[in-house]
Design a protein around this ligand. Sequence first.
Ligand SMILES: [Ca+2]
Length: 446
Amino acid sequence: MRFTTIVITGWILLNGSLQSCNSPESKVLKPNIIVIMADDLGYGDLGCYGNQEIQTPHLDRMAAEGIRFTDYHSNGTVCSPTRAALLTGKYQQRTGISFVVTVAKRDLGLSLEETTFAESMKSAGYITGIFGKWHLGYDPRFNPVHQGFDEYVGFLAGNVDYHSHVDQAGYEDWWRGDQLIPEEGYTTDIITTHAVDFIKKHKEKNFLLYIPHEAPHYPYQGRASKADRQVGGEPGTDYPVRGSEEDYQAMHREMIEVMDEGIGNIIQTLKELDLDRKTLVLFCSDNGATRDVGSNAPFRDSKGTVWEGGHRVPAIAWWPETIKPRGVSHETVMSMDLFPTIVGVAGGSIPEDLDGISMKNLLIKGESLSERDLYWQYKSQRAIRSGEWKLVSLAPEEIPQLFNLKNDPEEAHNLAKTNPELVIELTQKLTDWEKEVNNHIKSSPQ
Ligand SMILES: [Ca+2]
């Protein structure tokens, strides 16, 4: 018995030393993972992306200590589609969630047949938690606790009143697991509190923490704003859907700054518990800023469009001692890449049918990703990115437009006429892709 014990211990030591000596990847074998996603945060809304008005010192510091992405894209141009892609690692069209799940579609949600990154991380031995916005199904049967998350506190709708937590249609919407349990407080602060508690509670274990913030999505409300929405109220009659504050811009700024403060609390908690070097934190947005408020500078247009302003958004990766500081990555990445990245970093099993690819070696070793074409589709709008080229088709009956993003990131100069062969090639690829992903749509998500 003693011999066996020695051998096993020796193997573990040897294996451990091999990992740390031969692998330049990381000294941490199973890091904690935290994914923080802002809602409707535009490319130009953070200090580290050039914003002069909004103060985001904590995200700016994370960018300075880690990697800031200049070519990260949300899969969707609106909320639910991006979340479906993020959770499944696939083009959202394959899951049937290519549209916004509204309160009128209460019988729809992300199919339980889909494998989420939370389920893969659970299989890899992680405790999983989500605090914040779900937006992948209203019915309790679609609740995150049925999609691989051990713990959930938050709201199911696209947005809630930041104080009363009533959704846009007048329904109470604050959940603990699949139970409707009201809680007092400003949404962003409650989300942060639960996230910090989760980290403290599970500090001895490996955890996956997904924090989909509501900020800075409307209603535009700060900490001192009054609650506008009441249960049973009629939107537009009993309350303005975007909130009663007149200065949207000031509220928007505060909403981002409160989120940044909360992210600072999370980073501070990791440091106090000596978990910072053992935790990969990924930050991103779910789509571009709206036309109401926010900045997608320097990109064209906004949320809900396949122009760059609709889907090129901020993204930051932070992991002290494993990710080198002051990195700026120009690699083209998408929401669906996070699933294989985090499961790969955690040493879990990555499903074979994903569209996303792992950024693990990009984050840790600075390696480039393999070349690939990327696609967007929302309602009648479609786009394909192929290297430095982007083809935009706003409607089937319209002639597609072609842009060279390297020379023209603002998509201001349509080069379709001078590159007719490329237009035909990319249009064909787009048509083939659309046909392929729509073949997978389930007739009735459940
Ligand atoms: Ca959104």
